[in-house]
Design a protein around this ligand. Structure first.
Ligand SMILES: Cc1ncc(COP(=O)(O)O)c(C=O)c1O
Length: 373
């Protein structure tokens, strides 16, 4: 699974060993490593459940963790093949996907121009920092409404860019999470983690859940029950959308390798709970805040209010309601926990003045506690 590349050990996708023809799929290392799995012992004691485990995708790369790098390893090389110079992608003003795309492009010198079309979400200290970090790492910011209104004009200005949908959840990127399921299988086989009965993961734009769902099936782990927690409403991402994305991802894989079995008719809509959404995307919820406090205090792992805290709140509720005591339940952590403070330290509050003026409204107060000039 590892080979040497410019003197460094590089991981290659498990899928390339299992289906050798898939080596033709565009893929480029972004330094994603096999992410650790371990038991959440203190959390388990607190919840009276002995087998709560975590998959640490929060440390997926040394540059920026979370779930986006796995997808982007299969997306950036597609952009390059299409000879596009600019990537336009979308997200909320505090989008991890937008930050991951921007940071990885910058840190690994990929050479793309990045334009981010951003929509409003609840303003927090984290959102303010993200807006300044996008700029710090060289992205250009646009309001999403402006892109919707004037798409042809903006695309012409940007020189016919590659459009990457929100969350990087296209069939290209989703292959990254099919591979992640095979990574989990190898960890089970090595005895690093017992086979989970339940796998709990966040559902936003669908790539993570769709890829894992498809990957578990292909890897022969279809008895692992996967539970999605919706952090956007059902109209935005439904279980049907997840199933469709899993199917189109399978189709893409099969277009490169006949050895990938055609299991499309057995791909069903996943279970998804929307009970912990709290009304809208990005809304801070009391259950989420509680999950953040507990994870910080008991395990020293930091969750975020928009995605991972809501999903952990769902997990706690599920454990309680179902009376789970010994069954293995795996929480797939999709948030970044790579320390960005060396970059944040370079920011000043007044940096917001160089953002396009439509974004100044988010800086009426210094919520992020940044130094002022
Ligand atoms: C921290 C975090 N967790 C989960 C998700 C959801 O993953 P997906 O968009 O693949 O459904 C996202 C992005 O949307 C995210 O930033």
């Amino acid at each position: 699974m590892y080979k040497f590349y410019e003197g460094k050990i590089m991981r290659t996708p498990f899928l390339f060993d299992i289906y050798p023809d898939l080596k033709e799929i565009p893929w480029r290392s972004l330094d994603v490593q096999i992410t650790p799995v371990h038991r959440l012992k203190k959390m388990g004691d607190y919840l009276g459940c002995s087998n709560i485990w975590i998959k640490r995708d929060d440390v997926s790369t040394p540059h920026y963790g979370g779930n986006k790098p796995r997808k982007l390893e299969f997306i950036f090389p597609v952009v390059k093949l299409q000879q596009k110079k600019t990537i336009v992608t979308m997200g909320g003003i505090g989008s991890n996907h937008c930050l991951a795309t921007t940071i990885l492009n910058n840190r690994l010198n990929l050479g793309f121009k990045i334009a981010l079309a951003l929509f409003q979400q609840e303003l927090t200290a984290d959102v303010q920092k993200k807006l300044l970090l996008y700029q710090h790492f060289g992205a250009r910011l646009i309001q999403e409404e402006a892109l919707v209104r004037d798409q042809a004009k903006i695309f012409a200005e940007l020189g016919n860019p590659y459009f990457l949908m929100a969350g990087g959840s296209n069939s290209e990127g989703t292959v990254g999470f099919v591979d992640a399921a095979f990574e989990l299988k190898s960890q089970i086989e090595k005895g690093e983690i017992p086979k989970p009965k339940f796998l709990v993961v966040t559902l936003g734009s669908a790539g993570t859940l769709a890829g894992l769902m498809l990957g578990l099936k292909l890897a022969g782990l279809d008895d692992v029950e996967i539970l999605g927690n919706g952090v956007v409403d059902k109209k935005t991402t439904s279980p049907r959308n997840v199933r469709n994305l899993a199917k189109s991802t399978l189709k893409r894989m099969r277009s490169f390798s006949d050895a990938v079995p055609d299991i499309s008719t057995s791909i069903e809509k996943p279970f998804v709970s929307y009970d912990f959404l709290g009304g809208e995307y990005g809304k801070v919820t009391p259950e989420g805040k509680k999950a953040i406090e507990l994870m910080d205090e008991l395990e020293g792992i930091h969750l975020d209010t928009t995605y991972t805290a809501k999903t952990f709140a769902f997990l706690m509720d599920f454990v309680r309601k179902e009376g789970i005591k010994d069954d293995v339940i795996l929480y797939w952590n999709t948030y970044n926990s790579i320390d960005l403070s060396p970059h944040v330290k370079q920011l000043k509050f007044q940096d917001y003045l160089s953002l396009p003026k439509e974004f100044h409204q988010y800086f009426q107060e210094n919520l992020a506690g940044l130094p002022e000039e």
